[in-house]
Write a protein that binds this ligand. Sequence first.
Ligand code: OGA
Ligand code: MN
Length: 210
Amino acid sequence: MRAMNLTPEHPMVDAIVDDLAHRGWTQQSLFLPAPLIRALADECRQRAVQGELSPASVGRGAGQEVREAIRGDRIQWLERGQSEACDLYLDAMDSLRQALNQGLYLGLEDYESHFALYPPGAFYRRHLDRFRDDDRRAVSAILYLNEDWQPQDGGQLRLYLDGEQALDVPPVAACLVVFLSGDIPHEVLPTGRERLSLTGWFRRRGNDPF
Ligand code: OGA
Ligand code: MN
């Protein structure tokens, strides 16, 4: 299995850097090859069956709590060395991190990410990805893993762009959405079927002790 060779010269990487610089978000419909997307989806489902996904929480530190009225997804954080597919994904995101640093001087130090599974009926209310007490999350990236997604399946990511203009992105396999974490409020509309993704954040160095 292979990922794409995402050097800063790759036209897709160039487009991501350019879009982020000019409008703060981008959508790329074929970020990784289909066999790798399928392997990642299989792995997410397998982790779910093995009971490894936990209800996602809202907030952080001592203020963290599970609130299904806000978000109903189940997640598991990724670590290196768990599977070939996950490592290829993390390699691709690290290439992107380096390209963003070269092109936008963001000083992104690392990338944290988790699998997310939204069962039918789940949603995530409107929010910003940057915590009030921690501004290390600079750039959000979501990769969707759902083959044959139909418009009636719902589950769109709704981005609130300049002037509150709403833009809906269906969670179609291999589509990557990247946006500036502190600038773009967004939500996940209720999904009609199981909805899988890998969600992550490129982080700057913080002066926070955690
Ligand atoms: C998140 C989030 C959006 C999506 O996990 O913070 O906004 O489309 N996810 O899964
Ligand atoms: Mn979010």
